[in-house]
Write a protein that binds this ligand. Structure first.
Ligand SMILES: Nc1ncnc2c1ncn2[C@@H]1O[C@H](COP(=O)(O)OS(=O)(=O)O)[C@@H](OP(=O)(O)O)[C@H]1O
Length: 437
C-alpha cells in the first residue's frame, strides 16, 4: 500500500431515477440544508473516532464511507472500499479495501493458546479454498500495542491481509492474544464482530512446551550458585533457572544461557525459582481466567474453544465443526495429502516436493526432530503442575459445559454426555470431571 492517510476515493452509488426532487429553489435549498446537517451529525457520530492522542492523522472524509458490521457469514454482501482507509475510520471484521491490491480485514482470529498446536490449525485452515491467511505465521499486531487503541491499523495491520478476491475470508493467528486483556480490547475496538478461535492443550504439557520454545530462542539461563542473590538462594535449592523475558536485568547478567533442548531438570528448577503465577510459562495455562477475560470483552457467540488433544485425534470432525461455525463452505480436509513426522504428528505434505526431494525432506525432518527433541517432563514435575492446574481446569470444564452455552466447543457437549462423569477434558489433562451443576 502506498501512503497513509489518503482520502477515500468516491464510492460508486446508484441513484434511483424514480427519486422525487423538490420543486421550488427555496424548498430545494431547505431540504438540502436539512440533509446536510443530518448527514454531518450522523457522520460525526458514526464514522469518527476521537483522534488518538498525539497521532496527527488526517481527518476521515466522512460522507463516502459506508461501513457495515460483517462477520464471516455475510459471504456475498461485503462492501469493498476504494483507496487507503484513514486511521480513524470505523471498520469491522471482514471489510475490504481496494487500492491497486485488495485487502480484507480478518473475519476470524486464532488467538491461542500458545504451544497448543495453533500452527497445525492455521496450516490446515489455510488450505480451505475460501480462506486466506494473513501474515506468514503469526501477526503479533494487537499484543504489541502500547494501549488498547489500534490507531495505526491501516498502515501496520491491514497490509498483512492482501487477498485475491472478496470470496476469500482473511484470518490470522497470534496465540499471545488469549492472555492479553489489552490486546483483546484492541481487537474488539477495531473488529467488533470478529470471531475468535482458541485451541487449548493440557496446561502442564503446554508449559513444558513453552519452556522448550523459549529455551530454543536462548531465553532460558541458569544462575550458578556462586552468583545467586540471597532471595534466589532462599527460593530454590536447585540451580536457579530464569527466563530472560521475566528475569531482572541484574539476574540475567549473572546467567549462563542454557543450550537447547533444556533438560527436564532445568524445567523443575525453573518452576522452583518462580512462583507459578509470576511466570507466563505457567500462567498462560490458566485458561478459565483468560476466557473470563475474553468473555468480558466479546460476546459468547463469537467464541469457539477446542480441546486440542481431542481436536488432533478427531481432526475431520473438528474441522467440520469449525467451518460450520464460521459459516463457510464445507471442505473435506481428510483429502489433504499428509504424512506422519518423526514424532508421529500428522503434518501436511509440502506442495511441490516429490520423489528424491520428498525422501530427502523426510530424512531431514527426522534428523531435525531428533536433534531438537527434549526429554519428557519428569513425572514429579507433571504431578506438581497437575495439582496446581487442577482447580483451574475444573473451572474451565464447568465454564464450557454449563456456564457459557453460547460458546461453541469441541468436542461438542452432546457427544460427551454419558450421564455421570461429564467432562470435556481428556484424561491427559489430569482429571477434570465436573459436578453436573
Ligand atoms: N499434528 C500435530 N500433532 C500433534 N502435536 C502437534 C501437531 N502439530 C503441532 N503439534 C504440537 O504443538 C506444539 C506447537 O504448538 P503451536 O503451533 O501452537 O506453537 S506456537 O505457539 O505457534 O509456537 C508443539 O508441541 P511440543 O512438541 O510439545 O513443543 C507441537 O509438537
Amino acid at each position: 500500500m502506498r501512503g497513509r492517510h489518503q482520502p477515500w476515493s468516491r464510492e460508486r452509488r446508484v441513484v434511483s431515477p424514480t427519486r422525487r426532487q423538490p420543486q421550488s429553489p427555496s424548498s430545494r435549498r431547505l431540504v438540502a440544508g436539512i440533509a446536510c446537517l443530518a448527514g454531518l451529525s450522523v457522520s460525526a457520530v458514526v464514522w469518527f473516532r476521537p483522534s488518538p492522542q498525539g497521532g496527527g492523522g488526517a481527518p476521515c472524509p466522512h460522507s463516502r464511507v459506508e461501513t457495515k458490521r460483517v462477520g464471516v457469514r455475510d459471504i456475498n454482501g461485503r462492501s469493498v472500499f476504494e483507496g487507503v482507509p484513514c486511521e480513524e475510520a470505523v471498520v469491522d471484521a471482514g471489510l475490504c479495501f481496494r487500492n491497486e491490491e485488495l485487502y480484507c480485514l480478518p473475519s476470524f482470529i486464532i488467538g491461542g493458546a500458545q504451544k497448543a498446536a495453533t500452527g497445525w490449525l492455521r496450516q490446515w485452515l489455510a488450505t480451505h479454498p475460501e480462506l486466506s491467511q494473513g501474515g506468514e505465521h503469526e501477526v503479533h499486531y494487537f499484543d504489541k500495542l502500547e494501549d488498547s487503541r489500534a490507531s495505526d491499523w491501516s498502515s501496520r495491520y491491514l497490509p498483512f491481509f492482501r487477498t485475491a478476491s472478496t470470496r476469500h475470508y482473511s484470518f490470522e493467528k497470534t496465540p499471545d492474544y488469549l492472555p492479553n486483556a489489552t490486546a483483546l480490547a484492541a481487537i474488539r475496538g477495531l473488529l467488533p464482530s470478529v470471531k475468535l478461535v482458541f485451541l487449548l492443550r493440557a496446561p502442564a504439557a503446554r508449559a513444558y512446551s513453552a519452556f522448550q520454545h523459549h529455551c530454543r530462542r536462548l531465553r532460558i539461563g541458569a544462575i550458578p550458585a556462586s552468583r545467586r542473590s540471597a532471595r534466589l538462594r532462599a527460593a530454590t535449592t536447585h540451580e536457579a533457572v530464569v527466563f530472560s523475558l521475566e528475569a531482572t536485568r541484574a539476574q540475567w547478567a549473572r546467567c549462563e544461557t542454557l543450550r537447547p533442548p533444556c533438560s527436564p531438570e532445568a524445567f523443575e528448577s525453573f518452576l522452583a525459582t518462580y512462583d507459578n503465577a509470576s511466570t507466563r510459562i505457567v500462567d498462560w495455562g490458566l485458561y478459565a481466567l483468560h476466557l473470563a477475560n475474553v468473555r468480558s470483552i466479546f460476546p459468547d457467540d463469537q467464541i469457539f474453544v477446542a480441546i486440542g488433544e481431542v481436536a488432533l485425534a478427531r481432526a475431520s470432525a473438528f474441522f467440520e465443526d469449525v467451518v460450520a461455525w464460521l459459516g463457510i463452505r464445507r471442505f473435506d480436509f481428510a483429502t489433504l495429502p499428509t504424512y506422519r513426522d518423526a514424532l508421529g504428528r500428522q503434518q501436511l505434505r509440502q506442495p511441490g516436493i516429490f520423489g528424491f526431494f520428498d525422501m530427502w525432506y523426510m530424512r531431514l525432518n527426522v534428523a531435525m526432530v531428533h536433534k531438537h527433541a527434549a526429554r519428557p517432563m519428569l513425572a514429579r514435575t507433571k504431578t506438581r503442575l497437575g495439582a496446581f492446574y487442577k482447580p483451574h481446569n475444573l473451572k474451565l470444564d464447568a465454564l464450557l459445559l454449563y456456564q457459557a452455552p453460547a460458546i461453541s466447543v469441541f468436542p461438542p457437549r452432546s457427544t460427551i454426555d454419558d450421564g455421570r462423569k461429564r467432562s470435556l477434558l481428556p484424561p491427559s489433562w489430569g482429571g477434570g470431571t465436573t459436578p453436573s451443576s
